[in-house]
Ligand binder design. Structure first.
Ligand code: XBP
Ligand code: MG
Length: 260
């Protein structure tokens, strides 16, 4: 059987490019609640539970329906959520600009290797486009947005992950079939979205996602690895390497699509 060649890498952002949730998005939500005079506070544990709902606006609605049902029933509630989300995004962007959120191990080197050989790059995320721009600029390189041919983010699709929509949107703009691409995700919802679009997916799990269901991923790793701090493979074969590199990705991709 003829196998499709790997032509593009598609990255999730939150939890995959960087650990943005606990000390980024969560702090920004809490700052927005304070600024709006709301007595809400999302601690580390509660935020982990709320992450089951992707999308900041959707997450606030979900929380309010359970913890402030009277407020959620008021006619202006939709506007309040939009206003809170604008405030939250401002706080998040400030935090990222202040240099608060480094990329996860191995992300920068892998992106540079891919660019060097002309492998196409894209992003598929639930988070808002402003957040993606800020993170890429502050944590990768001032021109890093231009490294990615397609950036699918936030409300460009009505249904967020775990729906496959954002991945289908990105594939359409890349003009590629799913079997020519490889995805990087960190969460159960993200993996479900990628698999729903027929994409081979590598998972780098994190503090909030380690116990998620990663059935269907071609590899599940602690991170992409650094020479001095090798990646731990929870599933998949690192083939004796400390870091994920393009040869390893091509081998995983070839193996995964030949099984489909
Ligand atoms: C990321 C998210 C995002 C962020 C918040 O999910 O769920 O909602 O937490 O971003 P994934 P916004 O990594 O699976 O894409 O507040 O901008 O929505
Ligand atoms: Mg994620």
């Amino acid at each position: 059987m003829l196998c499709a060649m790997l032509q593009a890498l598609i990255f999730d952002v939150d939890g995959t490019l960087a650990d943005t949730e606990r000390d980024g998005h969560r702090l920004a939500f809490n700052a927005a609640f304070r600024e709006a005079g709301l007595p809400w506070h999302w601690d580390v544990r509660l935020y982990g539970e709320l992450l089951a709902v992707t999308g900041g606006k959707e997450r606030m609605v979900h929380y309010a329906l359970r913890h402030a049902p009277d407020l959620a029933a008021k006619p202006g509630f939709d506007n309040l959520v939009r206003k809170l989300h604008v405030l939250k995004t401002e706080h998040y962007v400030q935090l990222v600009h202040a240099g608060g959120i480094p990329l996860r191990p191995g992300v920068g080197p892998l992106l540079r290797q891919a660019r060097a050989v002309g492998l196409r790059l894209a992003i598929a995320t639930t988070t808002s486009p402003e957040n993606v721009s800020a993170l890429l600029r502050a944590s990768l390189a001032p021109d890093a947005e231009s490294w990615f041919e397609v950036i699918g983010a936030g409300d460009v699709v009505p249904r967020k992950k775990p729906a496959p929509d954002i991945y289908l949107w990105v594939l359409e703009r890349l003009g590629l079939a799913a079997d020519a691409c490889l995805v990087f995700e960190d969460s159960g919802n993200g993996l479900k979205a990628a698999l729903g679009a027929g994409l081979v997916t590598v998972v780098t799990d994190g503090e909030y996602t380690r116990d998620h269901d990663f059935c269907g991923a071609c590899a599940v790793l602690s991170d992409l690895g650094l020479p001095e701090r090798p990646a731990l493979a929870r599933r998949g074969d690192m083939q004796g390497k400390a870091c994920v590199d393009l040869d390893l990705l091509r081998s995983w991709h070839r193996h995964a699509i030949s099984r489909n």
